[in-house]
Design a protein around this ligand. Structure first.
Ligand code: 3PG
Length: 332
């Protein structure tokens, strides 16, 4: 099983500082409604203060004005799922870079950032293992009747179908394979079957085939204009008897009306998610033990994931300001 490579950088002495005149007194804000583990915050602070920056921390904020106030003198911001909208950017005249400590950046208005010359980065892969572990855990939780008395079933021998084979999907595939599952995957952006075969995974050529063969369907697609509400009735109703849809990605990719219809017509289908749907109350009431949503998104909520992603974010900021490195920029 591969380990995540920590993000490192070297100060290139021969090059002048990218933002030489700005480094002194530069302020980096860590704005996390859902805070990082203490150790991660300590590490972020150490990296940034060592580089000469001032660090400000805004955790567990409850309303927008707190964020708008905190960004007003920030040169850089580290966030998690915190929403960085046009309004936030307008309130941050010094802002040069936003780093989303995590994978999905649908919470940042990247077009507006580009328009304003603000660099947006993510930290791909750094929290993936935590999310992958949760996905497997969710499959077992549903197979064992949400840990209530009664006969459950095993995941070994079942078909695990992975929708999108990025950092998380790949780790889920490898772990599922190690647990004796038959793993299949579909990713419209990966044509080389070897990528899948190397992990003991069968490449499937259509999303329809993927769902029609899935005892467990693990979702790993990002929320984009193309994917929003793309998982609905037709795909869900095609799933085999007793199948479970596992969502550790984004709630927006589910067409909730279609989901309710599929769960109503098919009394054997199950849905477990790490991102509470808008229709959570209705789903709980109608489908009981066939539905479960975590109270707050917890896929990346491990000390390890916080440390990997948080420290990578801090290092990427220093690397950008010192060397101009834009390797992980998502709004080029
Ligand atoms: C991600 O996109 O990296 C995950 O959804 C984790 O999000 P979080 O940092 O809000 O827990």
């Amino acid at each position: 099983m591969p380990t995540i490579v920590p993000y490192t950088y070297e100060k290139k002495e021969e090059k002048p500082l990218f933002f030489t005149s700005l480094v002194k007194g530069m302020k980096i804000l860590v704005a996390t409604e859902k805070p990082f583990a203490k150790k991660a915050v300590g590490g972020i602070r150490e990296i940034l203060t060592e580089a000469g920056y001032e660090v400000a921390l805004l955790e567990k904020y409850t309303d927008r004005p707190q964020l708008l106030d905190a960004v007003s003198d920030a040169d850089a911001v580290i966030i998690r799922s915190d929403k960085i909208t046009a309004e936030v950017m307008a309130a941050a005249p010094n802002l040069k870079i936003v780093v989303r400590a995590g994978a999905g950046y649908d919470n940042v208005d990247i077009a507006e950032a580009k328009r304003r010359g603000i660099v947006v980065m993510n930290t791909p892969g750094q929290n993936s293992n935590a999310v992958a572990e949760l996905a497997l855990c969710m499959m077992i939780y549903m197979s064992r009747n949400q840990f209530t008395p009664g006969t459950g079933s095993e995941i070994q021998g079942k078909t695990l179908a992975i929708h999108a084979y990025g950092n998380v999907g790949r780790l889920v595939g490898r772990k599922g394979h190690a647990m004796g599952m038959k793993v299949i995957a579909y990713d419209p952006f990966i044509s080389d079957a070897q990528v899948f075969a190397a992990d003991g995974v069968e490449k499937v050529d259509s999303v329809e085939e993927l769902y029609s063969r899935a005892d467990f369907l693990s979702l790993h697609i990002p929320a984009t204009p193309q994917t929003v509400k793309s998982i609905g009735y037709d795909l869900l109703k095609s799933m085999p008897k007793g199948a479970t849809l596992v969502n550790t990605a984004r709630k927006e990719v589910i067409d909730e009306e279609g989901l309710v219809r599929a769960l109503t017509e098919r009394e054997d289908l199950k849905y477990i998610t790490d991102i509470a749907p808008d229709a959570a109350a209705e789903l709980s009431e109608k489908f009981g033990k066939r539905f479960f949503a975590t109270p707050k998104k917890m896929g990346a909520e491990t000390a390890e994931a916080n440390i990997n992603a948080g420290l990578a974010a801090a290092r990427q900021i220093v690397d950008y300001f010192v060397n101009g490195n834009t390797k992980f920029q998502v709004n080029k």
